[in-house]
Design a protein around this ligand. Structure first.
Ligand SMILES: CC(C)(COP(=O)(O)OP(=O)(O)OC[C@H]1O[C@@H](n2cnc3c(N)ncnc32)[C@H](O)[C@@H]1OP(=O)(O)O)[C@@H](O)C(=O)NCCC(=O)NCCS
Length: 218
């Protein structure tokens, strides 16, 4: 079990008006928090990350199972996605963090949640990592920080993840951090000229807490 370091709030405020809207959860999306883990820093994404994010997507195999990309994204698409990352926070529907391997600050991947619905206390998670860093437990560590944030700070009851059928790495990661495969959405997305099925994974707050307790006891 990763022991997480201090969680603190970065000074950057995406949405000056958001502070005015009181939120019943303990988190109001006014600032993007920076999350420190043993090896990683999950910090707000900025325009300065443009080239590093492009390098992540252009690294071998990263796009193979990403739903929204048919070809390698170019500058304009990266700008749009950075805009999206800012927008979901302003809309209070998600946070996408840049993942940096400490002590460096350089972005080697991203992770976060989106489609957050306060009424249903539900959100979906997503992530991608530069392939030079695969299979070192990095996304396990990053995802655990996102789960901790979603369940403990945001008060989410259910987290979901949609995975293109065949994405063994993503499925293994999700299982490792406690998700259950709940079913298959048959031919739900059109990608690379064909309909693709999606594996639907889910993790509920009580399941997360039971795992945390078991890990603490071990
Ligand atoms: C999915 C992804 C983020 C995993 O990141 P990672 O840092 O390599 O994952 P981890 O090292 O933390 O591994 C987590 C678990 O998955 C397993 N795993 C990782 N890659 C795997 C692969 N290609 N095949 C099978 N299992 C794999 C690991 O062995 C580990 O399980 P274990 O500890 O029980 O052995 C990475 O492969 C990636 O960026 N893929 C492309 C983008 C993508 O598909 N995003 C998800 C869209 S739903």
């Amino acid at each position: 079990m990763v022991s997480f370091g201090a969680v603190y709030f970065a000074a950057r405020a995406f949405c000056p008006n958001a502070a005015a809207e009181a939120n019943l959860t303990t988190f109001d999306f006014t600032d993007v928090p920076t999350l420190d883990t043993e090896r990683l820093r999950l910090r707000p994404i900025s325009r300065a990350d443009h080239d590093d994010w492009l390098a992540v997507w252009h690294s071998a195999g990263v796009l193979d199972y990403l739903i929204d990309f048919d070809g390698a994204p170019q500058d304009e698409v990266v700008r749009e996605i950075i805009d999206w990352a800012e927008r979901i926070t302003c809309e209070k529907s998600g946070i996408r963090w840049a993942i940096a391997l400490k002590p460096a600050d350089r972005m080697i991947g991203s992770c976060g949640f989106h489609l957050y619905q306060r009424r249903h206390r539900r959100a979906e998670i997503g992530y991608e990592l530069h392939s030079d860093y695969w299979r070192r437990g990095i996304m396990t560590e990053a995802t655990q920080a996102v789960l901790q944030f979603c369940f403990d700070r945001l008060g989410v009851h259910r987290l979901e993840a949609d995975v293109v059928e065949g994405n063994a790495a993503s499925a293994a990661l999700l299982r490792k951090v406690g998700f259950t495969l709940e079913g298959v959405w048959r031919e739900r997305v059109f990608k690379r000229g064909a309909f693709q099925s999606l594996w639907q994974f889910g993790l509920l707050a009580p399941e997360y807490r039971a795992r945390q307790k078991a890990a603490d006891r071990a």
